[in-house]
Design a protein around this ligand. Structure first.
Ligand code: HEC
Length: 147
């Protein structure tokens, strides 16, 4: 028994850091949410390969955003508050993502405990369920199997 427990722990430890498997979302439904709400500003692009979106660069590339530090996609000009959020040691996971996309500025204010914080993302996703689904979709696109 003891050996089994150790093996299970080792398997967990060796899982890739970014594979934040979504617990609640439905990736297929999330694909539609992304196409309807996010493509105006975001692309999901692995190197030269566009996996989703219409190549808009208004927002940062969301490829492998799950597990990434907020505000760190190279070459994108983030707002100061997003960079400050990343500096807190936060990492994009399902909980941060779902709250952020429903109210970007409000969430940054709460996380930074600063009423003057501002998000540059001029969009709010209304339904929490849509947020879970689009997160599951972005996790799926970021997994090695999707490359
Ligand atoms: C009107 C344009 C616009 C739309 C629509 C939009 N975004 Fe954004 N998004 C942005 C911008 C600009 C930023 C950078 C925010 C900042 O620097 O404060 C951003 C940042 C983000 C980030 C943080 C990424 C990082 O690298 O830290 C995530 C996650 C995100 N958006 C997800 C989404 C999702 C999912 C949707 C669709 C439901 C969406 N966004 C719709 C413009 C948009």
């Amino acid at each position: 028994m003891k050996h089994l427990t150790l093996a299970a722990a080792m398997a967990l430890l060796s899982a890739p850091a970014f594979a934040q498997v979504s617990t609640q979302g439905d990736a297929a439904a999330g694909e539609e949410v992304f196409a309807r709400n996010c493509v105006a500003c975001h692309v999901v692009q692995n190197g030269d390969e566009v996996l989703a979106g219409r190549n808009s660069k208004t927002g940062p590339n969301l490829y492998q955003m799950p597990g990434r530090t907020p505000g760190t996609y190279e070459g994108f000009e983030y707002g100061d508050s997003m960079i400050a959020f990343g500096a807190t040691g936060a990492v994009w996971d399902e909980a941060h993502f779902v709250a952020y996309v429903q109210d970007p500025t409000g969430y940054l204010r709460e996380q930074l405990d600063d009423n003057r914080a501002r998000g540059k993302m001029a969009f709010q996703l209304r339904k929490e369920e849509d947020a879970y689904n689009v997160y599951a979709y972005l996790v799926q696109l970021s997994a090695p199997a999707a490359q």
